[in-house]
Design a protein around this ligand. Sequence first.
Ligand code: ADP
Ligand code: ZN
Ligand code: ZN
Length: 727
Amino acid sequence: MIRCEVILLNKTKKLDRPFSYRASEGMALGVGDLVQVPFGPKNQRAKGLVLSVEEQSKEDPSLKVVFEVLGRGFFKKKDLNLMNFLRAEYLAGYAEALRLLLPPGELVGNQHRIRKVLVAKDPPDSHARGKEYRAIYDYIVKQEALGGVIAREVALAGFSASSVRTMLRHGFLGVEEQRESRAHHGVWAKEEPLELNEEQEAARQKIEEGPAGVYLLHGVTGSGKTEVFLHLVRSVLEAKADAVLLVPEIALTPQMIQRVKGRFGPEVSVYHSRLSEGERYDEWMRIKNGEAHLAIGARSALFLPFADLKLVVVDEEHEMSYKSETNPKYLTREVARFMMQENAGKVLLASATPSLEAYQSAKTGDYQLVELSKRAGAGAMPKIYTVDMRRELRSGNRSILSAALQSAMAQSLEKGRQTILFLNRRGMSGFVSCRACGFVYQCPHCSVSLTKHGGGRLVCHHCGHTEYQKSVCPSCGSRLIKEFGVGTERVEAEVNERFPDARILRMDRDTTSKKESYENIYAQFKAHGADILIGTQMVAKGLDFHGVDLVGILSADLSLNMPDFRAYEKTFQLITQVSGRAGRGDGAGRVILQTYQPEAYPIVFAIQGDYQGFFNQESSIRRALNYPPFGRLFTLILSGQEEPVLIECIQKIARALREALRPYATITIMGSVACRISRLNGWFRQQLVIKGPLSRQMAQKVQQLVYQAVRGKTLRVSLDRNPQDFL
Ligand code: ADP
Ligand code: ZN
Ligand code: ZN
């Protein structure tokens, strides 16, 4: 008898363990096969992975029989290794890890669709209806070249459906089944690679000729990092291997896609969450079938089924979006490193403002450091001027725009150049409060204040709860109820007032919620269809507008005061990145940075363009406090609907952990405390942080202890061995 262990892919965490089955007579089974098995008292069909297979002399009729093999060798050895890595490193379940490797929609049965496309056969000759037939025929010939149409689309184009049917009957037209490809194939202007400058060429050589491992490409904004890794990608493709280019979702701009597709052809796969599930499925299949060997996309593109992945580029390496917030809570650079270790490939991290972790690893020699010191193309590094907003207020200017920024904007407008105004939304809410009694509009389900939007709408950015602002305070009836903080809409109104002739565009969550709107705003500004672009984090990344000679940073320091050990790092990164948008054409760019804390060191070092200086100061503080990259953090978040039950349980866990970890002097337990967002969707949240060198094995022990403690209670557990900040 053949016995096998199967992991069920679509079950709850409780069922996340191997189950035993047996093969039917003559059924060939192998490790990595995707199978369908009976499960539960009703023997419902469930999808699973065969984890192991063994020959057993004694029959065991108590075991259920595998229904069928859906995909032979579906998961490769490397997939199973990766699964084990994700389980060990991030405390993920089997199924959670494997789900990353399945085609999108696989578990809900969403497969490709078949399109019945019309094809032109014999041309109709002239008779009574000849003219109409001829028109339909010509239309279909034309459409064939563009990918083909189905009968309904011909009718929608204004032709008679009955004529189409007649033409089919007479053999003028035929039908062909076509697998529908939902991927968006635009038209891409061909682009030639640029010749690398000396510094870029040295960097390319060092990486290309160096050993397998992780490389950190650190270069100022506009130093030509992209150009360097595109050259490296070319070599990999020429060697018939695969490469993946990871970019933060908001940096996956039309410009970036054009640059890559224009360079490597339309076959390049583009993979991100704005695609529909069907579109992602098609892209996944194109990689699986070897039709594409290069993908560009958000972090999940790392898990596309490449045959021989040799290069993983992680652009803007410091971005928080490289950390998954759902299980497995992986960090992209770590997973990429594991994968490239297994396949003797390279990971290339690129950034103008590397995370402290990456730069520290480069300093210790764990990563290879490669640096670019100057801008590659036209334009010099922009000059940054600070405006002390406290002084501005004292001199009687209550506007969002300082006098200096206003006059710079006027100059820029006069010269026919463009301005970007950046509003730092991190750490700012735009909440509505009463100045008489202090009442604040809050979400009834989450412990966060509501954010003001257009038309008096107040929105919770965590659960989407929406209500409308009253004209008087709901608590005391005062009329002094108004928005605190500043939103992009208010900036727009104010700019409009001061510069009534300027053409203004706004790029934020509200204006870009539709699929194409981001592209439209981008294209319009690029074509100089507007003078001023007002935006949030979205304008900070990867945009290369040559007409921009002025960047205004309206609220540089708001993110400084966040209760987050990375607050300074994020502020430094933001200022550096936003400033990097200026002066990319000819002529130097100017940046005007408005702040209430001009003396804060992230701001001082950012103005000086001194990454090293910032790194040294920030890392001495992190070292003293035992924060990453020097100490490790581990967080437990417990949530529940009844607060007393929740608090009792987490305190019990804290006591047990203190007891269990007492022998390890370097490990401390902080908490338990309420999370920054202490209530979410009606669930209360408490957090506990373990600081110190907690090994994988110890983390697993903690996990067991926690699960034991919550058994039988309606509490949710979230464990993170690598939190990027505190929640
Ligand atoms: P980064 O990724 O470091 O921000 P990019 O690769 O986007 O930099 O380059 C910034 C600008 O410099 C782009 O407009 C690019 O076309 C130009 N550029 C890059 N490398 C070269 C080069 N070797 N010669 C001329 N222009 C270059
Ligand atoms: Zn009030
Ligand atoms: Zn809410």
